[in-house]
Design a protein. Structure first.
Length: 163
């Protein structure tokens, strides 16, 4: 069963590392609009500037199950494939200790269902979980099924309150 999940785990590692790098290098992040002329030229430091220089970025992975958490007996055995079978803690354990070198990663197991198992009310609750995670994390990675990925990204774009 591990063979099928290996590619998904590699994808998660790349996604987390890229997110961690973007969080660690502010120049790569989107720059805010310039302040109006009537405001002082001085700006207050970002909220996360209090973190030590050189500290690893804090990344929270919010897992919903779906394709990335699916398993199969073999790479080509689609008859035995089951989405949402692995928990995020188990998937992340496959990446340790290497992922700990690039980010301080924590996890939230929001759910573990196939893509079709989520309704709009669940998307709302997922938005709240992401916003809550962003209170302490520099970045949040949401794992999802391929059947709901684009819907959630669009939903998140409409409902997200954080930058």
């Amino acid at each position: 069963m591990r063979r099928f999940t290996f590619a998904c785990i590699q994808g998660l590692a790349i996604l987390a590392a890229n997110t961690a790098c973007a969080a660690a290098t502010p120049e790569m992040a989107a720059t805010p609009a310039p302040a109006p002329a009537m405001q002082s030229a001085e700006t207050s430091p970002p909220a996360d500037a209090a973190a030590e220089a050189g500290a690893l970025p804090r990344v929270t992975i919010v897992a919903t199950g779906g394709t990335i958490a699916g398993v199969s007996d073999t790479r080509t055995s689609f008859q035995s494939y089951r989405a949402g079978s692995l928990g995020i803690a188990e998937m992340l354990s496959e990446l340790r200790p290497q992922i700990d070198e690039v980010a301080d990663v924590t996890t939230v197991q929001f759910g573990n269902r196939p893509s079709g198992g989520y309704a709009i009310a669940d998307f709302f609750d997922l938005t709240l979980a992401v916003e809550e995670a962003l209170e302490t994390a520099d970045a949040v990675v949401v794992t999802s099924g391929t059947g709901s990925m684009d819907e959630f990204v669009y939903w998140r774009d409409l409902t997200g309150q954080s930058r």
